[in-house]
Design a binder for this molecule. Sequence first.
Ligand code: SAM
Ligand code: DTB
Ligand code: SF4
Length: 334
Amino acid sequence: MIRTDWTIPEAHAIHALPFPELLAQAQATHRAHFDPTEIETASLLSIKTGGCPEDCGYCSQSAHYDTGVKARKLMGTEAVLAAARRAKDAGAQRFCMGAAWRGPKDRDMDHLCEMVQGVAELGLETCMTLGMLTPEQVTRLKDAGLDFYNHNIDTSPDYYAQIATTRTMDDRLETLAHVRNGGIQVCCGGILGMGETEEDRIAMLVTLATLPEHPQSVPVNLWNDVDGVPVRKYAEPVDPFSLVRAVALARILMPASVVRLSAGRTRMSDELQALCFVAGANSIFVGEQLLTTGNPSASQDAALLARLGMRIAKVAPHRSRKTSADTARSHQPV
Ligand code: SAM
Ligand code: DTB
Ligand code: SF4
């Protein structure tokens, strides 16, 4: 059953289960909804890098900090489509275009819609992350063929003001509502390792799991260390088992959502990634670059999946999600 009425004490109790119990519950939930051997792949492209007016304290692209990232203007459609073709050839199912904006200007919309249309014509799923959107902008992107919109809540409601002051959690929730109401699938998650407490991580996941509809994709990022940003002062390495616990909790609270092990995989061992897959992560970013930071190479990821006897899903998991009838069948004695 898909519940959107989870409470903090309930989530806390799940998160605190003995590790083997937590993993067993997460894996059972995962199997009820997905093929546990399959992984979805998405590729990222920064279509507009740096010079961002927002002050997100974790981000290399904010103009408020001296991070060494050079501001560039919005890429041309042809260059974006060339990158999308390369991503498709490298095995990506979804192509996610990111812009360092508070939100797009109306004058950019024709250009953005052209990109979406072109990427969709290549047979890739389309995703964008552009900051805040108005309902009219959502409609334009939807009509151009946008499948997913990424807009992370990043952290807990209580910790939010510590990491950004130029935008609020309510701003984020408002754009998420516009996206959801406009019929675009929602990709929404957060970041671990920015000095938040365990309670903040649980509250962040409960915030996602109590939205009117669960995000179809839930990216779980480890904060990728970047120069010159304030989060450096309070960031703490995430205990690997805490990451696995967070993934497992995301899986149990949002059983039918695709959970993406996102930023930070360059610092994760194969063993840790394997535990995250067992805990219910079933998506990764592929390609050596995220937006401004690195990601494992295609050959590293191919070797990892081969070691685990796992494979890239032929059909994106959200399209081949098990129905309750399938689940009932798979529980029949053989
Ligand atoms: N400007 C838009 C916005 O903020 O929604 C889109 C791009 S922004 C870079 C997309 C997301 O990337 C952020 O919400 C955050 O979750 C993630 N992110 C940014 N910097 C990161 C870092 N150093 N480590 C991990 N995740 C990061
Ligand atoms: C998400 O949750 N993670 C991606 C994507 N959505 C846009 C971004 C990760 C960015 C990591 C830092 C960087 O490369 O600049
Ligand atoms: Fe700008 Fe997005 Fe980075 Fe915030 S997270 S500074 S809005 S690019």
